[in-house]
Design a protein around this ligand. Structure first.
Ligand SMILES: Cc1cc2nc3c(=O)[nH]c(=O)nc-3n(C[C@H](O)[C@H](O)[C@H](O)COP(=O)(O)OP(=O)(O)OC[C@H]3O[C@@H](n4cnc5c(N)ncnc54)[C@H](O)[C@@H]3O)c2cc1C
Length: 326
């Protein structure tokens, strides 16, 4: 049996977990597929999993599990592992999926292969398991062999399509109350803060005006906002900018931010580090505005303007206004 850790919200299974289930079915190669669901709404979510080939849903029930706590989720996984003896454990390559499996790996002293895209070798339970893993934000695919009595694998987001199976009934539900210890709840989500969303969403925008350290300050983003307003664009940024607190993390483009695929990505004062390019390489065209003619972003850019962005960005804005008023 292969066990999948399934994330859900409001009783609905997350898309990334459905992708992880499709991956796990491939890995299981005919062996049964079990799921583990934790927290409020778990039973409702479990009922949706039969259509994805899950035979048994282990549902961890304890009101202390309603707020996400990685240690507590890891406790639930290790209890199911002890009881049901899966041949592999799979989770979505989400922040939570990776965090929970990292805790499981330390507790069980096992290796953990994160962000897998495919499996090969003898599969789960066989003598060898080969995986392809996404590294460096998707810039590199690694072929690796997992040497473990129990492989722990997370699935790279959007690398595998969710695929319902025909004719499967609702899964059997096996509720259990995990023996949580205070240390399992030492780190727990305390509050949810909704992202401030104004205008076009970053992930779906046709044009993104993005700023990096070269913008200089939070106030400096005013001119990028102005240009974005004229282009019906979203504003993005590099990690240096979010680390400096100039923009919220929700605006960050890159390996550890949002992946964007607009028609046009305007990179202002961004050097073009691999981790940033991982988030914008899906753009059809990249325009770089940079004072350094040797900035790495120029290797990825279709167009470049070399110079000071505090002069160039307002000049573009002024030209657009002029063109629109005539
Ligand atoms: C595990 C990991 C994950 C990461 N994830 C991300 C991620 O998701 N997204 C991300 O962006 N980074 C990420 N990073 C950080 C990344 O490595 C870089 O440090 C970061 O992208 C650099 O940001 P920057 O281009 O704004 O700054 P810098 O590298 O400092 O570049 C500033 C650029 O601005 C130009 N400039 C300066 N002044 C002007 C001006 N007046 N006019 C025009 N140009 C000017 C400079 O020539 C330079 O090219 C990650 C790093 C690690 C290790």
């Amino acid at each position: 049996m292969v066990l999948v850790v399934v994330e859900h919200a409001g009783g609905l299974v997350d898309e990334l977990s459905l992708q992880a289930i499709a991956f796990a079915r491939e890995l299981a190669a005919g062996e049964p597929l079990d799921a583990l669901l934790v927290g409020a709404g778990a039973r409702d979510a479990a009922a949706q999993l039969g259509a994805h080939g899950v035979a048994t849903a282990h549902v961890a029930e304890d009101e202390r599990l309603d707020a996400f706590a990685p240690g507590a989720w890891a406790r639930c996984v290790t209890e199911v592992v002890d009881r049901a003896r899966p041949s592999a454990v799979v989770a979505a390559g989400s922040n939570r999926g990776n965090e929970v499996l990292a805790h499981v790996a330390t507790r069980l002293d096992l290796p953990f292969a994160a962000n897998c895209t495919a499996v090969g070798g003898d599969g789960a339970g066989g003598s060898s398991l080969d995986v392809t893993r996404m590294r460096w934000g998707g810039s590199l695919l690694e072929e690796a062999r997992v040497h473990a009595s129990l492989p722990l694998l997370s699935v790279a987001p959007y690398a595998v399509a969710a695929a319902p199976v025909n004719g499967a009934g609702a899964p059997a539900v096996e509720p259990f109350a995990p023996a949580l210890e205070p240390a399992d709840l030492a780190v727990q989500v305390a509050e949810h803060v909704e992202a401030v969303q104004s205008g076009v969403s970053l992930a779906e925008a046709k044009v993104v005006v993005s700023g990096g350290r070269g913008v200089g300050s939070a106030d400096g983003f005013g001119m990028l906002e102005e240009l974005a307003g004229l282009l019906d664009a979203a504003v993005g940024c590099s990690r240096v900018v979010t680390s400096a607190g100039w923009r919220p993390h929700t605006d960050q483009v890159g390996q550890t931010g949002t992946k964007v695929s607009p028609d046009l990505y305007i990179a202002c004062g961004i050097s073009g580090a691999t981790q940033h390019i991982a988030g914008c390489k899906g753009a059809k065209k990249i325009l770089a505005i940079n004072s350094d003619v040797e900035a790495p972003i120029l290797n990825n850019a279709d167009y470049a303007v070399i110079g000071d962005l505090t002069e160039i960005v307002p000049a573009i804005t002024a030209e657009l206004r002029k063109a629109r008023s005539t």
